[in-house]
Design a protein around this ligand. Structure first.
Ligand code: HEC
Length: 162
C-alpha cells in the first residue's frame, strides 16, 4: 500500500473519533476587510465596529466637532462633558438616542438645542456643516449605539386597512 493511501485510510479511521467529521464551515466574508474605517466599541474594547464610507465621514466630523461634549475621552485628554448641565448623552448612548428619529437628530444638530426647547449648550451646526455631513454624523451615531440601534418599521399610512 502506498504511504499516501495508507495515511488517508488512517485519517478516515481516526477522524470520527477526534470529531473532525463535521463539515468545515464555509469561511464567512470578513466585514472588517471591506470596511472603510472602524471604530472600537466604546463599551467593549474587544469589539471592532466596521464603518461604511458615510459612517466614517461622520466619525471624522464627530472627532473634530462633537467629541468634546459627547464622549468622556478625547484625543486631547478628558472631555468637557462632565462639566456641562445637562450632561450631554454619549454619542453611543443607545438608551437615549435610539428613541430619537433621524429627523429629530438632524434638527437638533442643525438648529441647536435651544430651537428644540433643549439646552442652548448644544450648539447649532447648520451654518458650519452641510446636511450630508450632518446625516453622516447620525449614521455614525447609529453604528456605535449600545444597545444597538434598530431602524424603525415603515410608518403606517394615514389610511388603515380596517
Ligand atoms: C459644547 C458642548 C456640545 C457640543 C460641542 C456638541 N453638543 Fe450635542 N448636546 C450638548 C448638550 C448639553 C446636549 C443636551 C441638550 C439637552 O438635553 O437639553 C446635547 C444634545 C445633543 C443631541 C440630542 C440628544 C438627545 O437627548 O436627544 C444630539 C443628537 C447631539 N447633541 C449631537 C451633537 C453632535 C452631532 C455634535 C457635533 C456636531 C454635538 N452634539 C456637539 C452639548 C454639545
Amino acid at each position: 500500500m502506498k504511504f499516501r493511501r495508507w495515511i488517508s485510510l488512517l485519517l478516515m479511521t481516526i477522524a470520527p473519533i477526534s470529531g473532525c467529521r463535521k463539515h468545515a464551515e464555509a469561511p464567512k466574508p470578513d466585514s472588517l476587510l471591506s470596511a472603510y474605517d472602524t471604530e472600537t466599541d466604546w463599551t467593549d474594547a474587544q469589539k471592532i465596529i466596521p464603518l461604511s464610507y458615510q459612517q466614517s465621514q461622520g466619525k471624522r466630523i464627530f472627532y473634530q466637532q462633537c467629541v468634546w461634549c459627547h464622549a468622556d475621552a478625547t484625543p486631547a485628554g478628558p472631555s468637557n462633558r462632565s462639566n456641562l448641565t445637562p450632561v450631554p448623552p454619549l454619542l453611543n448612548d443607545g438608551a437615549t438616542l435610539n428613541a430619537e428619529s433621524d429627523e429629530f437628530m438632524l434638527n437638533i444638530i442643525t438648529l441647536g438645542g435651544s430651537a428644540l426647547g433643549k439646552s442652548a449648550m448644544m450648539p447649532p451646526y447648520g451654518k458650519m456643516l452641510s446636511t450630508e455631513e450632518i446625516r453622516s454624523l447620525i449614521v455614525f451615531a447609529r453604528a456605535v449605539a449600545q444597545p444597538p440601534y434598530q431602524p424603525p418599521g415603515r410608518p403606517a399610512s394615514q389610511y388603515s386597512a380596517k
